[in-house]
Design a protein around this ligand. Structure first.
Ligand code: BTN
Length: 308
């Protein structure tokens, strides 16, 4: 019902009487009024006067009904600890492939290598549960597909020169715009699920927490719609997951990477390595050329580009 009311108000763009809404929706005027009250509680700017109702201003809301194609698979929270925890619980309970958990704010947002991911209002924070038919050794492809899809989406929507830093950060001109975290459960020969958590600096000011970060609104000098960004990204990511594209994802990822052939420092939980990033091997590991000419593979870690 909320979805229908919003559709009508968005199409009409003018005052729509309670009577008209009740006829169009097949419910009483009292019921219309109750739904409008709920929508206003959800933050929608709906003016009401003697003539009827009018949507006076758009809100960048991420409620399930804002994603008509996917509404049944979207779980929205205005505030939660971490979308990763909710996604993991849903995955263990058997939720369908491509379930998406979204939060306006996270109080315990986490990043890779035990870092905190500050999640203030204005950013986009979500976790997607995927169930790819892949052996665990190929699970990295799903994360590479996500970062490639995000780089392409940012380029298409905003003409931003988005690059991918190994493994899956998105940087613009050396500044971090987005980070990605994945958690997986698997049996010996098959992935049970991969939860991909993505934080994107959209209309927030990430400098407060991280000097080297940037948001889309800071790059463009205007606010953008998180709903549009998420809709386009989910479509793009889904296309990459369910086609032949996944077999070829490393080559696609390489089109956007800013890591290869650069001097880098890699920090893992155990050690710090320095060298030149030469390639990505068939398991997604970074092939590092060391000062003595030998190569070393790094499966998981944080990458800092030294020759900026
Ligand atoms: C990183 O760059 O270290 C990864 C950051 C991942 C942040 C996202 S925000 C949505 C999801 N929920 C979390 O707690 N973390 C991920």
């Amino acid at each position: 019902m909320k979805k229908r009311i919003l559709e009508i108000l968005r199409t009409e763009r003018t005052v729509v009487s309670g009577e008209t809404l009740s006829v169009m929706l097949g419910v009483s005027r009292v019921s219309v009024w109750k739904h409008i009250t709920k929508l206003r509680e959800h933050g929608y700017h709906i003016e009401a006067n003697a003539k009827g109702y009018r949507l006076s201003e758009e809100t960048d809301a991420l409620f399930p009904w804002e994603f008509p194609k996917r509404a049944s698979q979207i779980h929205f929270f205005s505030e939660t600890g971490s979308t990763m925890d909710i996604a993991r619980d849903l995955a263990r309970q058997g939720c369908p492939d491509f379930t998406v958990v979204i939060a306006d704010r996270q109080t315990k947002g986490r990043g890779r290598l035990n870092r905190v991911w500050h999640s203030a209002d204005g950013g986009l924070y979500f976790t997607i549960v995927t169930r790819p038919l892949l052996p665990p050794v190929h699970s990295f492809r799903v994360c590479f597909a996500a970062s490639t899809a995000l780089a392409e989406t940012l380029r298409e929507l905003y003409k931003i020169d988005a690059g991918v830093k190994w493994p899956n950060d998105i940087l613009v001109d050396g500044h971090k715009l987005s980070g990605m975290l994945s958690e997986m459960e698997a049996e010996a020969d098959r992935v049970a699920y991969i939860a991909i958590g993505i934080g994107i600096n959209v209309n927030n000011d990430p400098h407060v927490y991280e000097a080297d970060a940037v948001s889309i609104s800071q790059l463009l000098g205007r606010k953008v719609s998180r709903k549009r960004l998420l809709t386009c990204f989910l479509d793009m990511f889904e296309t990459k997951l369910h086609g032949k594209a996944l077999d070829n994802i490393v080559a696609e990822w390489k089109r956007y990477t800013i890591t290869l052939n650069r001097a880098v420092k890699i920090v893992t939980i155990k050690e710090t390595l320095e060298g030149v990033a030469r390639d990505i091997d068939p398991t997604g590991a970074l092939v590092l050329e060391m000062a003595d000419g030998t190569t070393q593979k790094v499966v998981y870690g944080d990458c800092f580009i030294k020759d900026k």
